[in-house]
Design a binder for this molecule. Structure first.
Ligand code: SF4
Ligand code: SF4
Length: 210
């Protein structure tokens, strides 16, 4: 995957401090870049930056690159990296910490869109229907048209059922989602407020960087 050259000027001390002060962030400075997390990650080949790189980028405060990377959305939260890290760093939780920051910053990319479609389908049906996922995501992501021949081939072999296996009672699930949304809004608001506060303090923080 082609990557842009990262300029050192893109460092954002306020973002770095915001993440480093979270429960998972406090250990990030102990990362020794051994790469065990990256080597353990089953989906690192799909990521813009693997977990080792992401940890280093957070240490450097590379806000734009971190928040716009597909890494935080591609992570399957399998916990392999967190279980194996010799320094007890939990990259899995780092991904989950970065997501609300990206949302609060209004970051949009196709991985974030897929996340939204997946949540919507599960919320309404209680289960992930492949047919609904593909059809709804295709409406949001024009590039999905390239997958049409593959989809038709699956359909012709009976591997893509059109029936939707819906849960009988989705009301309780909806309540769980509503609670999650409420918590997410609160978290995003706090992040925005903390971020603004830190941006105001930034000149002082940058002084200490030199
Ligand atoms: S396994 Fe832990 S110490 Fe090693 S690179 Fe990953 S986060 Fe850093
Ligand atoms: S939790 Fe995420 S980053 Fe860590 S190994 Fe699994 S997929 Fe990779």
């Amino acid at each position: 995957m082609k990557k842009e050259i990262i300029l050192i000027e893109s460092r954002d001390a306020a973002f770095r401090d915001l993440v480093l002060e979270t429960p998972v962030g406090r250990k990030l400075s102990t990362c020794m870049q051994c790469g065990i997390c990256a080597g353990s990650c089953p989906v690192s080949h799909e990521m813009d930056y693997n977990p080792r790189q992401l940890v280093r980028m957070v240490q450097l405060g590379l806000k734009k690159e971190v928040l716009n990377s597909n890494t935080i959305w591609i992570c399957t939260t399998c916990f392999s990296c967190s279980v194996r890290c010799p320094r007890g760093i939990r990259p899995t939780e780092l991904m989950e910490t970065l997501k609300p920051i990206a949302i609060a910053e209004g970051v949009k990319n196709k991985n974030e869109r897929f996340d939204g479609v997946f949540s919507d389908v599960v919320r309404k049906n209680g289960r992930a229907s492949e047919f609904l996922l593909i059809s709804k995501y295709s409406l949001k992501e024009p590039e999905m048209i390239k997958q049409a021949p593959f989809g038709l081939s699956l359909f012709s072999k009976g591997k893509l059922p059109l029936t939707i296996d819906k849960m009988e009672n989705t009301r309780e699930l909806d309540t769980v989602f509503k609670l999650g949304e409420k918590a997410e809004k609160k978290e995003s608001k706090e992040i925005r407020e903390t971020g603004t506060k830190k941006e105001k303090e930034e000149p002082e923080t940058q002084e200490t960087d030199k």
